[in-house]
Design a protein around this ligand. Structure first.
Ligand SMILES: *Cc1c(COP(=O)(O)O)cnc(C)c1O
Length: 222
């Protein structure tokens, strides 16, 4: 299967209103372009530097989402490049993004990353701390919370991911009900190649797919 065929198949199967983020880590700009020519409208990048290279070739005909771990010293570059940052998990990071966005007159849509698996080494805010984080950063003028994202633990059997998606959807609904000013619970980004069908069943309206579009990566990294 070519990248084109993969994208067409995925797009034909996704329900209306679900956004496809093509997770492009380790892929060349040419591979990413092929996905775009087949209908991909959002590119997900884990590394600022890699994104810069692809952006130079591809430009702003698609939306660019940051989906990796964002180091503070990369924020200045990231806010120029990206249309959404999906991985906010601290007041500190949100404040830095807010500050850098203020300098260039931009309001950055962000998602809160939930550590739904409660894994010590993983990024994301713990479920029980989500509300406090959202409340604290909702006051920042140059970012706008627009939803939640989660990875969940990696399993061979995608069915094992279901409880983590269910919990994240519950937090999403709870945050929505709070009706906080400057917060719009609109996007629920969850599900990857092996788990996106389960995630969709549990309410995801944005899925991040790499392997199923581009094939296996040469080396594995998170
Ligand atoms: C790599 C990655 C994906 C896509 O993973 P695949 O299993 O290749 O589909 C999704 N989300 C994030 C945050 C990633 O780093």
């Amino acid at each position: 299967m070519t990248i084109k065929q993969n994208v067409k198949q995925i797009l034909s199967e996704l329900p209306n209103g679900v956004g496809l983020v093509a997770a492009a880590k380790t892929r060349t700009a040419e591979e990413v372009l092929e996905a775009i020519e087949s209908g991909v409208k959002i590119i997900g990048e884990n590394y600022v530097q890699e994104a810069e290279g692809s952006y130079e070739v591809i430009g702003n005909k698609v939306k660019w989402h940051f989906i990796g771990y964002l180091q503070k010293n990369k924020v200045k570059k990231a806010v120029r490049l990206f249309d959404m940052i999906e991985t906010i998990d601290s007041v500190d990071l949100a404040t830095e993004i807010d500050k850098r966005c203020a300098q260039i007159g931009k309001i950055m849509p962000v998602l809160i990353e939930i550590n739904s698996g409660r894994e010590k080494q993983k990024s994301g805010v713990l479920p029980e701390n989500t509300e406090q984080l959202v409340r604290e950063i909702s006051h920042l003028q140059n970012i706008k919370v627009t939803g939640l994202m989660t990875m969940g633990p990696r399993f061979g059997n995608p069915e094992n991911s279901r409880p983590y998606f269910v919990e994240t959807k519950m937090i999403f609904d709870r945050m929505k009900k709070l009706n906080l000013p400057n917060v719009e619970m609109r996007y629920l980004s969850m599900g990857m190649t092996n788990s996106y069908k389960i995630a969709l069943e549990e309410g995801a309206n944005m899925v991040r797919i790499g392997t199923k579009i581009f094939g296996e990566r040469d080396y594995e990294q998170d």
